[in-house]
Design a protein around this ligand. Structure first.
Ligand code: NAD
Length: 416
């Protein structure tokens, strides 16, 4: 087993990229172009706080690759979202958009802050200042941000407004906006819906009966909450959930409507559905059939991988599994569907939103969901077929499809 514990998140992603590039026999020059971000921007984000102080945050926008179309990727507000994390996430976006074959490249942005510690007014000012800082770097046909951890539709509304003040009304500058501002129907649920669509597909292949299948979800934010709601609709038993405040476990199944009625697991004990408190670490190791990490990265590590009991891991979060831990899970026969496929529903519906904005035409939700399902299932089938014929893991196959597609575009454009 490789010892890669010292690698930062970007180096971890590049380790996987290098293995794919080796298998594809990519020439050195092309490999270097695909490995490194094409452009990176670091900005200062000074914010006037509600108490009158000025606090200065660090912001980033990393544009990893645009060979296949405009850069595309979310904006994360999180204290640990530094440059290497953002590079890793930008690179994953490149392989994700290529894997699901939508006409975008990969990018990511962040502001290193704790959004829970800021008021709405402070978040509005921070978002405007960040947008002004990166405004020459983004454009509807250059780079299109979206929500990620710590940001949401409201954040995108503020970004669109700040950009529009400088450039005129530009709904296509961001996706994941409120529907009233040109957001797509179905975008909010899209990532979680994609996760559950893939759960249904892989359950058919394994096979696994979803009626009564026990599912544990780490992270009850946008993605996790939709996974919980839609998995329940498929007959799954939601046995555990968590957020930054810790988790809740009930082997008989949590009361999902009661869970959706509270605003975070730090709610008063009387408002919480029946269950035992568990830590985020304990949640990962619970007895369940399906484990869905849907919060931060690097939570499944070589320390806990041997204790994971789930039969299936669906990576809704980005890079939740370290490369070492991935090997342990595979050796133990646990089925792992990789992040670049599992959470691609968000960027697929972002693509639909962008298209609708450019055409100034609105799709109904049924059409959005139908097209989303079509694209995701096609990518899943392609990944499975490649994994089977070439004896690769799902992750290796997914990455190889993405890398090969980007490399081919670079060649056709005549860059190298
Ligand atoms: P969110 O901010 O809406 O929710 C994040 C959740 O994780 C919250 O419940 C938060 O309390 C919890 N959390 C934060 N830190 C944690 C920690 N240290 N331990 C446990 N829980 C913690 O974010 P989201 O949009 O749901 O994104 C979740 C994951 O999905 C991220 O990895 C993100 O990159 C990925 N993702 C999101 C989208 C999208 O459309 N929102 C698309 C693709 C991938």
């Amino acid at each position: 087993m490789l010892s890669v514990r010292q690698l930062n998140p970007f180096e971890e992603v590049n380790l996987l990229f290098d293995r794919a590039a080796d298998r594809l026999g990519l020439p050195d020059g092309c490999r270097e172009m695909l490995r490194r971000p094409w452009r990176e921007l670091q900005v200062q984000v000074p914010v006037r706080m509600d108490d009158g102080r000025i606090q200065v945050f660090s912001g980033y926008r990393v544009q990893h690759n645009a060979a296949r179309g405009p850069y595309k990727g979310g904006v994360r507000y999180h204290p640990e979202a530094g440059l290497d994390e953002v590079r890793a996430l930008a690179s994953l976006m490149t392989w994700k958009t290529a894997l699901v074959n939508i006409p975008f490249g990969g990018a990511k942005g962040s502001v290193q802050c704790d959004p829970n510690a800021l008021s709405q007014a402070e978040l509005n000012r921070l978002t405007r200042r960040y947008t002004t800082g990166i405004d020459h770097f983004i454009a509807p046909h250059r780079d299109i941000p979206a929500p990620d951890m710590g940001t949401n539709a409201q954040t995108m509304g503020w970004m669109m407004d700040a950009y529009g003040l400088l450039h005129g009304h530009s709904p296509a500058i961001v996706t994941g906006k409120p529907v009233e501002l040109g957001g797509s129907l179905g975008r909010e649920a899209a990532t979680g819906r994609g996760v559950v669509t893939l759960l249904q597909e892989v359950a058919r292949d394994l096979p696994m009966d979803l009626k009564g299948a026990r599912i544990a979800v780490q992270g009850l934010g946008n993605v996790g909450a939709w996974v919980v709601k839609l998995a329940k609709k498929q007959g799954c038993k939601v046995v555990a959930v968590s957020d930054i405040n810790g988790g809740l476990y009930n082997p008989k199944g949590l009361d999902v409507p009661a869970l959706m009625a509270i605003n975070g697991l730090d709610a008063p004990a009387d408002d919480l559905p029946e269950g035992d408190r568990v830590t985020n670490q304990e949640l990962l190791e619970l007895d369940c059939d399906v484990l869905v990490p849907a919060a931060i990265g690097n939570v499944i590590t070589v320390e806990n991988a041997s204790r994971i009991k789930a039969r299936l891991v669906l990576e809704a979060a980005n890079h939740p599994t370290t490369p070492e831990a991935d090997e342990v899970l595979i050796d133990r026969g646990i089925e792992v569907l990789p992040d670049i496929l599992v959470n691609a529903g968000g960027v697929i519906v972002s693509y639909f939103e962008w298209t609708q904005n450019l055409q100034e035409f609105r799709w109904d939700e049924a059409r959005v969901n139908q097209e989303l399902t079509k694209i995701l299932i096609a990518a899943y089938r392609e990944m499975r077929a490649k994994a089977k014929t070439r004896n690769l893991t799902n992750r290796e196959a997914a990455l190889e499809i993405g890398v090969e597609r980007v490399a081919r575009t670079v060649e056709l454009r005549g860059f190298v």
